[in-house]
Design a protein around this ligand. Structure first.
Ligand SMILES: *Cc1c(COP(=O)(O)O)cnc(C)c1O
Length: 389
């Protein structure tokens, strides 16, 4: 590589790590989108609106008639989430409920659904347990093989990129083109990247789906989800599913997610910068058998990550010698919470083999948080350096 390319790459990396691209650059617009609208003396912070009933005399009319159908807090949050992707959002009480709403409103008997065999396990469980028995054909394929596999004849491909915890990427534009060629739909589960790290709708996906439990709420204190799309019929379908079947979020959780969004850009920028700094700081450490992060030049899909994503995500995967070394490392590190899930302010880690993921016993997934970068790198390196028993 020439010096010039090195500099370009370094500058691009720094910019992306800081999240200064795309949606992140418009975050000021996002924060101030309502600043000029309210009447004088109106509260500028959103309200929590716990109600099951609305005043409804005579012939039912108007936007709010019953608590399962609408809540002004949902509408406000949906406008916020939609703004981040230039689409319409529908909120749900969990990511799993959002995924279920998509599957239930799109799929009919005889339809073929494609999922990754190394994608989010909960999504496969929903599809295999509740949809496969209804005459829907559920197909699975490893992320690495999707580029080589035909995508025609599908009604729906619901895919994640990067995959978790393998951190293999899919080219969203290419998948969209191949699924669309025979009239299918592509939905991207964008939980890992958020709209600030990746814009699936701009890349050709028909919808995106999120567990807002992770980065979007961001404080490890609420379970939530949403769907976003620019397709009117698709949004009407998931809205009708929610209205009829009642998978509705509580008003307090709705407010919490709205509040979490206020700092999303700040958190994502720090988390992504931390993940990249850690990857660079730990790379080559003698205790590691492998280290995986899309921001490293040696990641096999680094070029695709640079082109498709804004930043390289906040996940980092390490492989230590065995289960005991991995457990010892997690236990020894003061800055790693031992828990599952990801996307919170506190860095956390877990050995993924404990859930049966097809990874080595010593494989540790680190969900990088918002700690000060230098201190975090120092503490993780100290824990890796710690001698064994
Ligand atoms: C967590 C997660 C889900 C499920 O979301 P919940 O909020 O736990 O219901 C779906 N997809 C991905 C990628 C996730 O990480």
């Amino acid at each position: 590589m020439s010096n010039e390319n090195d500099e370009d790459d370094a500058a691009g990396e720094a910019r992306r790590a800081a999240g200064a691209d795309g949606a992140a650059a418009r975050y000021g617009d996002y924060l101030h989108r309502l600043s000029k609208v309210p009447a004088p003396n109106a509260a500028l912070a959103p309200a929590i609106l716990p109600t099951s009933v609305y005043a409804l005399p005579g012939t039912p009319a108007g936007p709010h008639q019953y608590g399962r159908w609408t809540n002004p807090g949902w509408t406000e949050l949906e406008e916020s989430l939609g703004f981040l992707e230039g689409g319409s959002a529908v909120v749900f009480p969990s990511g799993a409920a959002a995924v279920t709403a998509l599957l239930a409103s799109i799929l009919r008997p005889g339809d073929r659904l494609l999922l990754q065999s190394d994608g989010y396990m909960g999504t496969r469980t929903i599809a295999q347990r509740y949809f496969a028995g209804q005459g829907i054909v559920v197909e699975t394929c490893p992320t690495r093989d999707i580029a080589l596999r035909p995508l025609d004849g599908l009604r729906l491909a619901l895919l994640e990129t990067p995959s978790n915890p393998g951190l293999d990427l899919l080219d969203i534009r290419d998948c969209a083109r191949r699924v669309h060629a025979s009239g299918g739909l592509l939905v991207i589960d964008n939980t890992l990247m958020t709209p600030l790290g990746q814009q699936p709708l701009d890349l050709g996906a028909d919808a995106s789906v999120y567990s807002d439990t992770k980065l979007i709420n961001g404080h490890s204190d609420a379970v939530f989800g949403h769907v976003c799309s620019r397709r009117v019929e698709l949004i009407a379908g998931v809205l009708e599913w929610r209205r009829v079947c009642g998978a509705i979020p509580g008003p307090f959780e709705t407010w919490m997610v709205q509040r979490g969004l206020e700092t999303l850009e700040l958190r994502v920028a720090r988390m992504q910068a931390n993940a990249l700094a850690l990857a660079q700081a730990l790379r080559g450490h003698p205790a590691l058998r492998a280290l995986c992060h899309p921001g490293l030049a040696e990641h096999p899909q680094h070029a695709l990550a640079t082109a498709q994503m804004m930043g390289y995500g906040s996940m980092l995967c390490l492989t230590l010698a065995d289960q005991a070394s991995a457990d010892r490392f997690i236990g020894a590190c003061r800055y790693l919470r031992a828990c599952t899930s990801f996307g919170g302010v506190h860095s956390s880690a877990e050995r993924r083999a404990r859930w049966g993921d097809p990874v080595a016993d010593g494989f540790v997934r680190i969900a990088v948080g918002c700690e000060p970068t230098e201190a975090l790198c120092r503490e993780l390196r100290r824990a890796l350096d710690a001698p064994g028993p």
